[in-house]
Design a protein around this ligand. Structure first.
Ligand SMILES: O=C(O)CCC(=O)C(=O)O
Ligand SMILES: [Fe+2]
Length: 217
């Protein structure tokens, strides 16, 4: 009995998390998951004000679409401005963010052996009139991207008229379906980077988010 004690201890230490379990089920079933209120109101406020501060300090760059593409082409594909977040220099807001993300990553690695070793995240702001045409997140030939994650930091009153839906294209036995997801504050969308094409519909008011990828090796 004593010989098995460490093993037993390890089992006891593991607590099943209903939210994470739902995400895993969704991913297995349909390759994406939408989680409302992943971040609470205060967390969204903090992250949004930090994003806006950095945007006003002019730290954001026009997003590119891989290397060697000229700006005109890039602009016809995506119009957002981004700022990469370095976890090592995370401030108050980013720490809140990474704490939750890391807890999810630990869970995925422990329960699904996903082997997520790296992450990359950036703030994104889509100014009025911009969009991101239909694409796959592995177009930059980064096969290490396993899961894409988007967290929305918009105001409470995001109206359908504002546009900016994330459209995910699913393909069930040959017939394509489009799922439209509004960028509501605190909402997180997770999907399989190598499987699901998606786009951001044109926005009529600035649209704020953090986008990132969970990567292997
Ligand atoms: O903001 C979104 O809803 C998706 C963004 C996206 O597809 C990307 O940055 O690759
Ligand atoms: Fe994408």
């Amino acid at each position: 009995m004593i010989a098995n004690a460490p093993e037993l201890f390890e089992q006891l230490e593991f607590i099943e998390d209903p939210l994470y379990e739902r995400i895993i089920c969704d991913l297995l079933e349909k390759k994406y998951s939408v989680i409302d209120d992943f971040f609470n109101h205060d967390e969204v406020d903090l992250l949004r004000s930090t994003l806006l501060e950095k945007y006003e300090e002019d730290n954001f760059k026009k997003a590119a679409i891989g290397n060697r593409t000229n700006e005109v082409i890039a602009k016809s594909v995506r119009g957002d401005f981004i700022l990469w977040i370095n976890e090592a220099d995370a401030g108050l807001a980013e720490n809140v963010y990474f704490q939750k993300i890391n807890s999810l990553v630990d869970y995925l690695n422990r329960t699904c052996f996903m082997g997520i070793l790296h992450k990359e995240f950036h703030y994104a702001l889509y100014p009025e009139g911009t969009f991101y045409k239909r694409h796959l997140d592995t177009f930059q030939n980064d096969g290490r991207r396993k899961l894409s994650m988007v967290c929305y930091l918009n105001n409470e009153d995001w109206k359908p008229d504002n546009g900016g839906e994330l459209a995910i294209y699913t393909n069930d036995n040959g017939s394509e379906e489009q799922v439209n997801i509004y960028p509501l504050p605190g909402r997180v969308v997770i999907f399989e980077s190598q499987e699901l094409e998606h786009e951001v519909k044109p926005v009529k008011v600035p649209r704020l988010s953090i986008t990132g990828w969970l990567k292997t090796r």
